[in-house]
Write a protein of this length. Structure first.
Length: 184
């Protein structure tokens, strides 16, 4: 004869939201307190526990016994807490490294160079004839010649010709920039 726990699990496996709510109410507080042993921030733990219940709901057909579901919930909360802590550690390391980098003279100069190069290239691209500029920008977005031709309702040969003209124009107009970058 099936036990009450087995009936509840069967209903949960069948997608019963009331059975899910009963399991949620039964385990939420214990999982929340368990999570707080890893992370003292209540809001974070609350989110992690709720995400764990979402994972359980998504895998509801996998649970045949309440003990398996409970074990899965605890492991999921633990892993979520550990992942969160690892992520926090990475963020702290990045922030401390980033702060050192931002204060350095090299960081300043590299950013000035990056912005100036981007500005000069953008100005030069904007000097292209409109059709060549549109085709060149679409190709930079990763579109193939055939896709560009179809989008613009032109022949593939026109696309190829315009891309060649754009490349030649950019090489001629940006040659001084490349020389300058070699010296930097």
């Amino acid at each position: 004869m099936p036990t009450t726990a087995n009936i509840a699990i069967d209903k949960f496996r069948g997608g019963s939201q009331s059975a899910f709510k009963n399991l949620y109410d039964k385990y939420y507080e214990a999982l929340f307190l368990f999570g707080q042993k890893y992370i003292p921030n209540s809001d974070v733990v609350e989110d992690l526990v709720q995400e764990s219940f979402i994972k359980v709901w998504e895998k509801k057909s996998s649970f045949f016994h309440e003990a398996a579901l409970k074990a899965y919930l605890y492991k999921t909360v633990r892993n979520a807490c550990l992942n969160y802590l690892d992520h926090q550690k990475v963020e702290r390391n990045y922030e401390s490294q980033s702060k050192e980098d931002v204060l350095s003279e090299d960081y300043f100069l590299n950013n000035v160079i990056d912005e100036e190069v981007n500005r000069i290239i953008a100005e030069t691209v904007n000097k292209l004839p409109e059709s060549a500029r549109i085709i060149y920008l679409l190709s930079l977005k990763g579109l193939k010649n055939a896709e560009i031709a179809e989008d613009l309702n032109i022949s593939i040969n026109t696309v190829k010709t315009q891309k060649q003209r754009a490349s030649k124009f950019l090489k001629e107009n940006l040659k001084d920039l490349f020389t300058m970058l070699l010296f930097l």
